[in-house]
Design a protein around this ligand. Sequence first.
Ligand code: NDP
Ligand code: ZN
Length: 184
Amino acid sequence: MIHPVPLLRALAFASERHSRQRRKDEDASPYINHPIAVARLLAEDGGVVDETLLIAAVLHDTIEDTETTAEELRERFGAEVTALVLEVTDDKALPKEDRKRLQTEHAADASPAAKQLKIADKVCNLRDITASPPKGWQVDRKQEYVAWAVAVVTGCRGVNASLDRVFDQAVAQSRRDVVDPGSQ
Ligand code: NDP
Ligand code: ZN
């Protein structure tokens, strides 16, 4: 049974922390749309009812992309949620290329919950790349992202068959879109 209050508190916290951030698409959509989409995908497509995982999904980019600290999350949402958010948080002190490489290398070692969160994150980003891509991204940049997402998710598969399937569909759609943008 999921209690609405902690989930709603997480939504309020994430929306406040991401309030001045925008996605990279042409319309600069509100950033909070993304964590909401990730949590929704886990629940709706992945059948996830684990409260910790859904709360972590809502909070998954707060440490990486805002001033939020792990200590703050621990005080508000507990150690379990925080550990999960940290599992999907890149070390911002490292150069971009290293961060991307480490995600691929470490994916298989992640906990089952972190693997599902990583897949949902990549599905949402692939869908965004199809429906509302980052401004200025040409075909090769999109293809590079799809290939990287596939490499990361290879290490995350086998925990939730529905999510694996949704990911494969998102990859197929992205590839169709990148090769032939008029085919949707
Ligand atoms: P990223 O590949 O990190 O950008 C994608 C990330 O941006 C996503 O994972 C997502 O992260 C976030 N995001 C925000 N808005 C959107 C959206 N509308 N659609 C999809 N994702 C969105 O790009 P960077 O600019 O950080 O560049 C990093 C890498 O890109 C470099 O390592 C380099 O290899 C490569 N690169 C390639 C170029 C090329 O032309 N081929 C040119 C320059 C760089 P989140 O879920 O965290 O929000
Ligand atoms: Zn994300």
